[in-house]
Ligand binder design. Structure first.
Ligand code: IDP
Ligand code: MG
Length: 195
């Protein structure tokens, strides 16, 4: 079983903290059987967030593309709404808004450990865009934002949570946010009943 145990990084973004939903969010991971093994509140610097998010072209283009997909569905002209129809240009703009959003106020960072934790956490959180997130997910239950509004207002989509997407992302993000001494090894006795 131990080879299936993964670690994932979760951030409760400023909107989640300011809306006093920290307890509600943490509860959802704990009740699923996942374990919190590190946790802190931080007001991150611009540099820290800039290094948290990938800088490669592919990731930036994907960021631009997410909004364009919604624009297309809503019949919005990206050039008129954002001043560009180029996904790389749009991605660069969104990345900057994202840094503004993530550095505006304190966030809560934690590491979740458990079976298939990376995929499990993403399932609990829901897809990136709250407007498309199913009810029952954190994003679907507590947020409604869409690029159709956010990109026109020149701000990031407010979706309450960051969660690692891949094992590679999880490993580098955990290292970026926590030192080894801040990560704790402890046992949940209820796991003996659960597994
Ligand atoms: P994720 O947070 O679900 O992993 P990513 O694609 O990695 O999603 O995007 C990082 C963050 O960028 C999102 O959580 C969201 O806050 C913001 N974002 C993504 N797409 C858009 C967009 O089209 N407009 C504005 N903000 C966006
Ligand atoms: Mg991501």
């Amino acid at each position: 079983m131990s080879s299936q145990i993964e670690k994932s990084l979760v951030l409760i973004k400023p909107d989640g903290v300011q809306r006093a939903l920290v307890g509600e969010v943490i509860k959802r991971f704990e009740q699923r059987g996942l374990k919190i093994i590190a946790l802190k509140m931080v007001k991150p610097s611009i540099d820290h967030i800039n290094d948290h998010y990938p800088k490669d072209e592919k990731w930036i283009e994907r960021l631009g593309e997410k909004g364009f997909t919604t624009f297309k569905e809503q019949g919005i002209d990206p050039k008129q709404a954002m001043g560009t129809a180029d996904k790389k240009e749009a991605g660069k703009m969104v990345r900057k808004w994202l840094i503004d959003y993530m550095t505006a106020a304190p966030i809560v960072a934690f590491v979740v450990e458990g079976i298939h934790a990376i995929e499990m956490v993403r399932k609990i959180v829901g897809p990136t865009l709250p407007s498309k997130a199913p009810i029952g997910t954190i994003r679907g239950d507590f947020s409604v934002d869409s690029p159709a509004v956010a990109n026109i207002q020149k701000r990031s989509v407010k979706n309450m949570i960051h969660a690692s997407e891949t094992p590679e992302e999880a490993a580098s993000e955990i290292k970026h946010w926590f030192s080894e001494e801040e990560i704790h090894d402890w046992a949940r006795p209820d796991h003996e009943v659960m597994f």
